[in-house]
Design a protein around this ligand. Structure first.
Ligand code: 4AD
Ligand code: MG
Length: 477
């Protein structure tokens, strides 16, 4: 049996004078006498005093950066600044040394790319540990928010035969024998019927199944991995990302927007209230890294200030038509600074979204009532017959954080939309039946979980907020 004290709880009520045993990884050495030990129980570290008289030099030298050790010693008030207590080591056990001549990580800071390629050690860095603690915090808050409000967590499938978004960017699932696959007459591999005789792929969204849940249990949400096969190399897209999708019965687009705004603010507040030390660490890190940038490239405010500002104020709410109008009257539009055209009927591009949020409103913006032509078939047609009751929530630095809509509950209109958009009825007969029998107005949205983690941690690349990113050319771990 191993007995040890965890550093975070130990520091909350330090039993000074007691002999304690702690275990962890060496985060740093201050000179060759002070070892900084962290065990992951929180961002806190404990200073260990290693007196030269008690340990021979070779032992100390063998305990390199990121070595794993157990220390037994006396917990005493610290003489140094920056910590209240420290441990005077009496006994040190080296569980796992690190030979610094071959260890891939060095005490100096590493690039994010390098850390991604060395994911086996990535979480040992202070930055990544803080990011993944906040990721946990957000996941916990998601479940708590919905549980406290009588939503039920519905697990929707990962392998599915339907294409929820109609976007056609899916990963196929196959049971084909790679050495002897069935072939078409032309000799190419026949992927037509590949999941025990049926064409399937990895899910792009759990929404359609969540609608089944909402139309029986009232309020449900999904929270699971989703997959998009777009070959995009941006800092905002992953091939595998986690999505939270609440779906509520007896709700319209206004209920949907209210729920989404309240939910996002709750998630941020949860981190501000419970993970202050991690946020302060990340805030400081951003300020250091932006120190040498020109003023207009720096963030307009610090990380914590930004989070506090976001929860305090109402989000701006405008229609798509108003958004187009604002953008057409903007300076960058008049000076032809936008790469993509802006006219009614075209989708907003990231550059337009960022202008709206960062330059015009300077806070999150909800854009609603988009033209039906570039939105999904299931969104409810508005009375103008041109737009649908869809909404996107746009955030500073992130762009689209949430996409949602009121769903088309009128069977005839839905059928018509499916035909217009070439969505095959056969595969979605069950979806239409939800309207034929016992349907009602309902709505929901999807929050891209990693985009929320990015916003809360201030990380600039989505690959650095998920432990094992899946994106084109990154699937090693
Ligand atoms: O806007 P999307 O595609 O909406 C849906 O999938 C709906 N079925 C949601 C619903 O109404 N239940 O995706 C929702 C959100 C986006 O706003 C974005 O935050 C995130 O998912 N997202 C991605 N995040 C990371 N990588 C990608 N490739 C993403 N694609 C979408
Ligand atoms: Mg979207």
């Amino acid at each position: 049996m191993i007995h040890r004290r965890e550093i975070r709880p130990l520091l909350q009520h330090p039993p000074t004078g007691e002999t304690v045993t702690v275990m962890g990884w060496v985060r740093a050495w201050r000179g060759n006498r002070f070892m900084v030990l962290g065990d992951g129980s929180g961002p806190e570290t404990l200073q260990i005093v290693v007196n030269g008289e008690d340990f021979d030099e070779d032992t100390i030298r063998a305990i390199g950066f990121h070595a794993c050790v157990g220390v037994t010693g006396e917990l005493v008030a610290s003489q140094g600044s920056g910590q209240s207590v420290e441990v005077i080591a009496k006994e040190i056990t080296v569980f796992g040394g690190t030979d610094l001549s071959t260890y891939p990580l060095q005490a100096k800071s590493q690039t994010m790319e390098f850390l991604r390629d060395n994911a086996q050690f990535r979480m040992r860095t202070n930055t990544m540990a803080a990011v993944f603690r906040l990721r946990h915090a957000l996941a916990f808050a998601v479940n708590k928010y919905f549980n406290d409000r009588n939503f039920y967590y519905l697990h929707t499938p990962i392998i599915t035969g339907n294409d929820a978004e109609g976007a056609g960017e899916m990963f196929r699932v196959t049971t084909l024998d790679p050495h002897d696959p069935p072939r078409t007459e032309e000799g190419t591999v026949d992927y037509g019927q590949d999941f025990f005789g049926k064409g399937t792929h990895l899910t792009v969204s759990g929404q359609l199944q969540a609608e089944i849940g909402a139309l029986a249990m009232g309020k449900v949400y999904t929270f699971g991995p989703t997959f998009r096969a777009e070959n995009s190399h941006t800092t905002r897209h992953l091939s595998e990302f986690w999505m939270i999708e609440p779906e509520i019965a007896f709700a319209d687009i206004d209920n949907d927007m209210d729920l989404a705004e309240d939910f996002l603010k709750y998630l941020i507040n949860h981190c501000l209230d419970n993970y202050r030390a991690d946020l302060e660490f990340l805030d400081e890190r951003i300020q250091q890294s932006e120190k040498n940038l020109k003023a207009d490239l720096r963030r307009p405010m610090g990380l914590i200030e930004m989070l506090e500002f976001t929860v305090k104020d109402d989000f701006a709410r405008i229609t798509y038509t108003e958004a187009i109008d604002l953008i057409q009257r903007s300076k960058p539009y008049k000076k032809k600074k936008f790469e993509f055209p802006v006219e009614w009927g075209t989708d907003l591009q990231a550059e337009h979204e960022r202008w709206l949020v960062e330059k015009h409103f300077k806070k999150p913006v909800i854009v609603r009532d988009y033209p039906k032509d570039f939105k999904a078939f299931y969104m409810r047609l508005n009375d103008d017959n041109k737009t649908v009751a869809a909404m996107d929530i746009l955030f500073p630095f992130i762009g689209e954080m949430v996409g949602g809509s009121q769903r088309e509950e009128r069977e005839d209109v839905l059928r018509q939309r499916m035909q217009e958009m070439d969505v095959h009825e056969d595969a979605l007969a069950w979806y239409l039946q939800l309207r034929t029998f016992g349907g009602c107005p309902h709505a929901g949205f999807g929050l891209g979980f990693e985009r929320m983690v990015m916003f809360v941690t201030g990380m600039g690349n989505i690959r650095d907020v998920i432990p094992f990113p899946r994106a084109p050319k990154s699937a090693d771990f």
